[in-house]
Design a protein around this ligand. Structure first.
Ligand SMILES: [Zn+2]
Length: 236
């Protein structure tokens, strides 16, 4: 089957909901525990955040701007490697388009970007994101770079719905806790490079014992009562 670009319209490439757009981005398997947004990956000694749940709390799919981006691709990106096909759109296309519609220049139209390969992140590898401002609102385009078994996606445009766009960068943080003991809570930052035990108000408990991230994820049981520990992504 050949790609009949002429017969396609922008709406063929759009999504109907935030869940649908994020599910394509993360090829989400059905969740076994719907409320859990992170889990221990004991085989790889790490924590993995569920990208769909993480971003669903922070962004809303913005069909209108996404359509403008898709239409712009079809109209303006006729050359290699896109050939007017929105599903082949890449980060560079997004950058050119976002700069063309950004209405104010704040030194740079971009606040910052997301690159889960580029720092210690609990998100699956290959997730890319670019912030931009449009009519005094902050948006983020998210896409999946091809990484191994994960299919690449085109950049999709979302409105940042949480109070601070910085919350989208909290994918290197997690909280580990015992469901039985109120006082066993670990705050994890920088992808596990910093682990501290905290009390219920978030204050660090300095009891002189070092807790290593590797030990915590290799054997995630409560040091006090032996119950399995739980993990959740950063809250705000
Ligand atoms: Zn416990």
């Amino acid at each position: 089957m050949s790609t009949q670009t002429l017969e396609m319209v922008a709406s063929d490439f759009l999504h109907d909901s935030t869940e649908e757009a994020l599910s394509e981005l993360f090829m989400a398997p059905p969740a076994t525990e719907p409320h859990v947004d992170a889990r221990f990956d004991k085989g790889n000694d790490t924590i993995v955040i569920d990208g769909v749940k993480f971003y669903a709390k922070r962004v809303d799919y913005h069909r209108e701007l996404d359509e403008r981006f898709v239409q712009w691709i079809m109209d303006s990106r006729q050359n290699f490697p896109v050939y007017g096909d929105p599903s082949s759109a890449d980060g560079e296309s997004l950058e050119v388009w976002a700069k063309s519609i950004t209405d104010e220049y704040f030194g740079s139209p971009y606040v910052s970007g997301i690159d889960t390969d580029g720092y210690e992140s609990f998100m699956p590898n290959g997730v890319k994101g670019q912030f931009f401002r449009y009519e005094d609102e902050t948006y983020v385009a998210l896409w999946q770079q091809c990484t191994g078994y994960r299919a690449r996606t085109r950049p999709m445009v979302f409105h940042v719905s949480c109070h601070d766009a910085g919350y989208l960068l909290d994918d290197d943080k997690a909280t580990v806790f015992c469901t039985s003991c109120d006082d066993v809570v670990f705050d994890i930052e920088s992808g596990g490079q910093r682990v501290k035990r905290i009390d219920q108000s978030g204050e660090e408990i300095d009891d002189g014992t070092e807790v290593s991230f590797d030990d915590l994820v290799a054997n995630p049981v409560c040091p006090k009562c032996g119950t399995d520990l739980r993990v959740e992504a950063a809250q705000f």
